[in-house]
Structure formats: C-alpha cells, structure tokens
Design a protein around this ligand. Structure first.
Ligand code: AHG
Ligand code: MN
Ligand code: MN
Ligand code: MN
Length: 332
C-alpha cells in the first residue's frame, strides 16, 4: 500500500529539478485533513456542532466546524513555511504570513475550509476544497490580492478532502488525479484511486430543483431532456443531490454525471465561489477527462474579479456538459 508521503516522494523523484516545496505543502495538507477529520468523526460528542455565532462575508451563519477547519488549515499552512498568504471563504480579506519562514513562501493558498456546512448537523458528508498558485508578488514583500486573482489555468495544485463514509484526499498537480483513503488504524492516507478518469457520459444529474422556477430556460429544457424516456441514450437519468459540492462532485467524478449550479433569483451570478470552489473542482474535473464551464466558457479561463466572486458552474462528464451547453445556446 502506497502512503500519501511515499507517493509525494516518488512523484518528486520524477522531477529532480523541483525544490520539494510543493511536496512539503501537500504533506501539511494531509496533516490538517487528519486533524479536521478527527474532530468531524466525533461531531455530536464534542462541542463542534451548531453555529459559532456571527455571519461570514457570504452572509451565512458561521458554523463551529467552519471556524475549526479554517483555524487548523491556516495553522498547518503557516507551519509548512511554503505558503505566504491564504484566501478563505471564512475570511473577508487575504491573510498574509509576514514573519518567519512563511513570509518567503513561494505559494498562495485558496480554501473552502468546510464545504457543505448545512450538512454538518445531519451527519451528511462535508469536505474541504483547496487551490494553490505560485505567488506573483516579489518575495520578501507581503503577498498581494493580485496573487489570488490569477485564472484557474495557473493553479499548480488543487483538490479536496471528503469527510464521508471514509475520508479521502483527491488532488491533482496537473499530471492526472489521484485519490487517497485515510486508514484510521495507521493514521495514513493510502493510495486507493490511482489515475482517476471520469466517464465521458454518465446518467446522473445533480441540481437543486427547488430553484427550478428561477432557472434559465436552457437549464429547464436540459432537465426535461434528462427526464425523457429514451433507453438508447440511457434516459431518464438519475437525479442525485446531496447539497455538498464535494460530495456531489466526487460521486459524479467516479460514476459519471453532471453537477449544475446555475444563476437563480437568490444567486443571480450563481452561488458557488470561483477561486476556492469552482476553480479547484474544475482543475480536478479536467485532469480526470471531464469539463467545467460557467455555461459558456471554461471555468479555468475566467479571470477572477474578487476573492468571493460567484459564477454559474456546470461540471462533470464531457458529453453531458456539452449537451447542457446545446440547450443553453438554443433556449434563452
Ligand atoms: P459552503 O458550505 O462551503 O458554504 O458551500 C455550500 C455550497 C456547496 O457545497 C453546495 O453545492 C451548495 O452550497 C448547495 O447550495 P443549495 O443549498 O443552495 O443547493
Ligand atoms: Mn463550499
Ligand atoms: Mn464552506
Ligand atoms: Mn459557507
């Protein structure tokens, strides 16, 4: 069984020119994931459920686990010495590490520390999503906002942790996607899903149909298409929606499917945030052979305008995203 650290060292050996700093950073992400996982596994027995009090920049009630995950990933990233600043769903502005090793870190880190917060209370899978860029600002100076507003194509690594029936770390550094399952008996993430490829076609569509009346006409027509009876194309498809992006995406990544969060009345630009939800998930999707768009262009080509910018999100099996686009282009 290959552990995460062995895998990182083996990959590192394939790139002798690399300094090893991304490898060290990935190791620290694994450590933070184990700490958060330990807490989540006891949620309900320790004071980690419910609201922390306060509203975050998204206007959401902050959950205790949002804060716990944010604090522990921030601490692990600072300890790694490889990251000079972070952007998080839970922080209004970027947090720069201005002293010690971290000040000269070569990377900036974007994260959704706890994705699917509404599911914590009811014991449904949640996750952590992360995205890593090389800093653009001069070393020795505090990181700049512009370090975080790079298009998703510039990501050097991205992935997610899913705290589910088992805890998995899934990530890419641009050479495919690999999945590691935590073996709690030895406290190690072990390679369980090498070289994940997502099926070109799938039979699962994931969307919150509660927002149907506010969907763009193209989305309404695509949903109708998914529900029509046509055995030759495997329709009607199956509707699956968990309400945690990481969980819905991970299931579709492995089985094939499409996840859509379009514009709605309450979220006229979509709900999901570009730099710490859509871009990292899009990078993983594309590296696994899938695609991700805002309904028109590749998510990874969007130039972020702000840390918490929201965009419509269509992600998953290539053929399904293309079919959804056909309906968006036909119906306005
Ligand atoms: P977060 O918990 O990090 O704020 O993200 C929640 C997101 C995402 O995980 C999920 O796909 C989506 O919100 C669900 O939104 P609806 O409840 O509006 O369907
Ligand atoms: Mn989220
Ligand atoms: Mn979150
Ligand atoms: Mn949130």
């Amino acid at each position: 069984m290959v552990t995460l650290n062995e895998f990182i060292i083996n990959r590192q050996a394939e790139h002798p020119e690399a300094r090893g700093d991304l490898s060290r950073l990935l190791h620290h992400i694994g450590v933070a994931a184990k700490i958060v996982n330990k807490k989540i596994n006891k949620a309900g027995l320790v004071d980690i459920l419910g609201e922390a009090g306060g509203i975050n920049v998204q206007g959401e009630d902050v959950q205790k686990l949002d804060v716990f995950a944010n604090d522990h990933f921030t601490a692990a990233l600072q300890a790694s010495g490889e990251v000079c600043a972070i952007a998080s769903e839970e922080n209004q502005e970027i947090v720069t590490f201005d002293e010690g090793l971290s000040r000269d870190g070569h990377y900036v880190f974007c994260m959704d520390p706890l994705d699917g917060s509404s599911n914590i209370e009811v014991n449904v899978s949640v996750g952590t999503i992360f995205s890593i860029y090389r800093r653009l600002s001069p070393e020795g100076e505090p990181a700049a906002l512009s370090d975080f507003l790079q298009p998703g194509t510039q990501q050097v690594a991205a992935g997610y942790v899913i705290y589910g029936s088992s805890t998995m770390l899934v990530y890419t550094t641009g050479n495919g996607v690999d999945g590691f399952t935590l073996d709690p008996g030895i406290g190690e993430f072990c390679l369980s899903h090498p070289g994940i490829r997502t099926p070109d076609a799938g039979r699962i569509y994931s969307i919150n149909e509660g927002n149907y009346v506010h969907f763009p006409m193209g989305v309404k027509q695509y949903i109708k298409y998914c529900q029509e009876i046509d055995p030759a194309s495997g329709r009607p498809y199956t509707s699956r929606y968990i309400g945690s992006l990481v969980s819905d995406f991970h299931r579709n990544l492995l089985q094939g499917g499409i996840f859509i969060y379009p514009e709605t009345q309450s979220a006229p630009k979509g709900k999901l945030r570009l730099i710490y939800e859509c871009n990292p998930v899009a990078f993983v999707a594309e590296q696994a052979g899938g695609s991700a768009t805002n309904g028109r262009i590749r998510t990874l080509q969007l130039t972020p305008e702000g840390l918490h910018q929201r965009v419509p999100f269509y992600v998953g099996s290539r053929n399904m995203v293309e079919k959804a686009h056909e309906f968006l282009n036909t119906y306005h």
